[in-house]
Design a protein around this ligand. Structure first.
Ligand SMILES: [Fe+2]
Ligand SMILES: [Fe+2]
Length: 279
């Protein structure tokens, strides 16, 4: 299948160093590690959905697009700092973080459960890249993040379509769907992102020992402040739609307010962050 865009579509020559923000560089580096690791997720999904050739083909194409996200972000990080040794850091990330590649059933308990979790991940990434694109004035990063965000919205649609196909065969109550969605949202700050942040921003490779709390706090404080109320409201609407609830009902509005409050709390210690150093 023809890609929706390639690295050649990015206007790399418009890079403007004067508009680079060091905190954004750090979160972009971390994102490049996680995105580049998508091939492992395709292997996992193909195992979980064994026998479903249509979904397996979609998962392989999905992973190609995710890997391209990682490569584009890594290339931008290298524009910022030619000494950013993307390959060595990605190798260190892969050496230290693994997903269950040999699983033949979903860690979410069922195929529709897995698809709900995939929808939640795409909600997270689509709103994340939209927030970065809206926050940066650097033209190349803005263009990369706009293109990635469009892909992530489309990925949500892909998993949502397959979710409904599976829900016709395998019933999953809305309370179970809500629990899976909630659990996956809580995993947003799991070790994958924390470790990616640690490896991508360590002064050198091999990195010093992984302080998961410090990495998580620094990542959250640099990321959550990028979101505005519209980003969060739209994301929560998509979460509710995946679960099967009204996207903009009173419960959605209440949870949107709670999520905004929780994110604000996580950014509270921002002034105490150490200086970013060389980006
Ligand atoms: Fe992605
Ligand atoms: Fe995606």
């Amino acid at each position: 299948m023809k890609p929706h865009w390639t690295l050649e579509d990015i206007p790399w020559d418009q890079f403007d160093r004067s508009k680079v923000n060091d905190d954004l560089v750090r979160v972009v580096r971390a994102a490049s590690m996680v995105e580049s690791n998508a091939a492992d997720y395709a292997t996992y999904l193909c195992n979980v959905f064994k026998g479903d050739a249509e979904f397996a083909a979609a998962a392989v194409q999905w992973a190609r697009e995710e890997v391209q996200h990682g490569v584009a972000l890594g290339r931008w990080a290298k524009l910022v700092d030619p000494d950013f040794d993307y390959d060595a850091r990605f190798a260190a990330f892969r050496a230290g973080y693994h997903i269950p590649l040999d699983a033949d059933t979903s860690v979410r308990g069922s195929r529709p459960g897995e698809l709900i979790a995939r929808c939640i991940v795409e909600v997270g990434t689509s709103s994340y890249y939209t927030a970065i694109a809206d926050a940066t004035d650097e033209p190349v990063l803005r263009e990369i993040c706009r293109r990635i965000a469009t892909d992530e919205w489309r990925h949500y649609g892909l998993f949502y379509r397959h979710l409904h196909r599976y829900l016709e065969q395998e019933k999953l109550s809305r309370s179970k769907r809500a629990w899976i969605a909630f659990s996956r949202m809580l995993e947003t700050e799991d070790d994958e992102l924390r470790f990616a942040y640690h490896i991508a921003n360590a002064p050198a490779i091999p990195a010093t020992s992984f302080d998961r709390r410090k990495a998580g706090t620094e990542y959250a404080q640099r990321t959550y402040r990028l979101y505005n109320p519209n980003h969060i409201e739209r994301a929560m609407g998509m979460v509710f739609k995946a679960v099967g609830f009204a996207p903009h009902g009173w419960l959605s509005r209440l949870l949107t307010a709670l999520v905004r409050y929780a994110m604000a709390l996580r950014t509270f210690r921002w002034p105490n962050l150490p200086a970013s150093g060389k980006a």
